[in-house]
Design a binder for this molecule. Structure first.
Ligand code: RFL
Ligand code: PHB
Length: 390
């Protein structure tokens, strides 16, 4: 098989790039290790930046998002017995975020690829990129006992944190920066009315909690949990009790619980791999960087990579201009690191760290008091949460 661009990974990053390139007439093939059902079974992000929503529209995938997604102009931080609101609209100069689940967004991208007869190959095993430093790279994979080969100009590594792309860059070339946090998030999805129309991030002495949502009938809640905990250790009842314990009393009293329809634990990690290009391989999304979910940046950082890569590819194929491809790693990393900083800051501000000294707990409280007493501090939070410009 032949295609100018071979994309490894059919998650949101890979599918979005595939769709945008196809609209511009740039042929591409997506190789996804899992089945479509498996990819659509993952419950992950819920908050989209304004710029990402715009990119979805440009990719002709924004219709359902615009119909069913909710525009949020603010969120709450519960702390020290009070609920303070961050007015995103006011402090970001009129911007907002869209609450729309990654699962639905990925479904929309798959359907858009179907409509354009996009080539998305599922259950592609042993995917391996080759000759990345040459002008003729290729990717091999196995399906049903047969080996296939895709000859291409460029390989896009959009295969997530555990993918094969980043690992194919020689160790001496790649620099990795990492911080693993000493806790995870236990998440529950339930078919219940959300406790609040806007998200509530809660800092509590028992640990962090988050009340989020997918729609007015579908709630998503998280609590900070020890890394050693297993999902099986947490009955639904235990989860709801612990969540209520970490919320202000009036919110806890209003919380409607129900059977979990999904329950999982995600470890929290900050990670960046540099550079994001090696020869003809370009990394994008979780393949190159991970953030703890506290600032809702992960999927949004993936989208900004795709924005830069898409424009660079269009410039290359349509104008013979390689400036964008050459600058990709540097441009993408500049924004990635800002999302890293913000996610680290939100995580540090709101979680209970087992090793924290009483001194550090006081600093967390003081940081929150400062935040809600300073329009400039709120402005900084708001501009980062709605997304820095691409
Ligand atoms: P993905 O989604 O991991 O997709 C990669 C795809 O590549 C496939 N793959 C392979 N394919 C071929 N060959 C191989 N060898 C392969 N290895 C892997 C995988 O099967 C998969 O389909 O990466 P992508 O596309 O870069 O997207 C990134 C996002 O998924 C991620 O950043 C977000 O989910 C992070 N995140 C959040 N981000 C936000 O912006 N806002 C949020 O509110 C938010 N909340 C979250 C989150 C992540 C969470 N978890 C579980 C980590 C909440 C949670 C709990
Ligand atoms: C979610 O709804 O899954 C969600 C929302 C906000 C975050 C993280 C996750 O910061």
């Amino acid at each position: 098989m032949k295609a100018p661009v071979c994309i490894i990974g059919g998650g949101p990053s890979g599918l979005l790039l595939s769709q945008l390139l196809d609209i511009e007439g740039i042929d591409n093939i997506v190789l996804e290790k899992q089945s479509r059902e498996y990819v659509l079974g993952r419950i992950r992000a819920g908050v989209l930046e304004h710029g990402f929503a715009q990119l979805m529209r440009e990719a002709r995938c924004g219709e359902r998002m615009d119909r069913e997604g909710e525009i949020h102009e603010g969120f709450f931080i519960a702390h020290d017995g009070v609920m303070d609101r961050v007015d995103l609209h006011k402090y970001s100069g009129g911007s907002s975020v869209v609450v729309y689940g990654q699962t639905e967004l990925t479904r929309d991208l798959y359907e858009a690829r179907d409509r354009m007869n996009g080539k998305v190959i599922h259950n592609a095993e042993d995917v391996a990129p080759h000759d990345l430093k040459s002008d003729r790279p290729y990717v091999t994979y196995r399906q049903g006992g047969q080996i296939f080969r895709v000859d291409c100009d460029y390989v896009i590594g959009a295969d997530g944190f555990h993918g094969v792309s980043r690992k194919s860059i020689p160790r001496e070339v790649l620099q990795e920066f990492e911080r693993v946090y000493p806790f995870g998030w236990l998440g529950v999805l339930s078919r219940t009315k959300p406790v609040s129309p806007e998200l509530i991030y809660s800092r509590h002495e028992r640990g962090f909690a988050l009340c989020s949502l997918r729609s007015q009938t579908l709630s998503r809640y998280y609590i900070q949990a020890p890394l050693e905990d297993k999902v099986e250790d947490w009955s639904d009842d235990a989860f709801w009790t612990e969540l209520r314990n970490r919320l202000p009393t009036d919110v806890a009293n209003k919380l409607i619980s129900g059977p979990s329809i999904e329950k999982s634990i995600a470890p929290l990690r900050s990670f960046v791999a540099e550079p994001m290009r090696h020869g003809r391989l370009f990394l994008a999304g979780d393949a190159a960087h991970i953030v703890p979910p506290t600032g809702a940046r992960g999927l949004n950082s993936a989208a900004s990579d795709i924005y830069y890569l898409y424009h660079a590819m269009v410039d290359h194929y349509k104008k013979g201009n390689d400036t964008g491809l050459d600058a990709y790693s540097q441009r993408a990393l500049a924004r990635v690191w800002k999302a890293q900083r913000f996610s680290w800051w939100m995580t540090t501000l709101l979680h209970r760290f087992p090793t924290n000294l009483p001194y550090e707990d006081r600093l967390q409280q003081t940081e929150l008091q400062y935040l809600f007493s300073s329009e400039k501090a709120l402005g900084s939070l708001a501009e980062n949460y709605v997304g820095l410009p691409f």
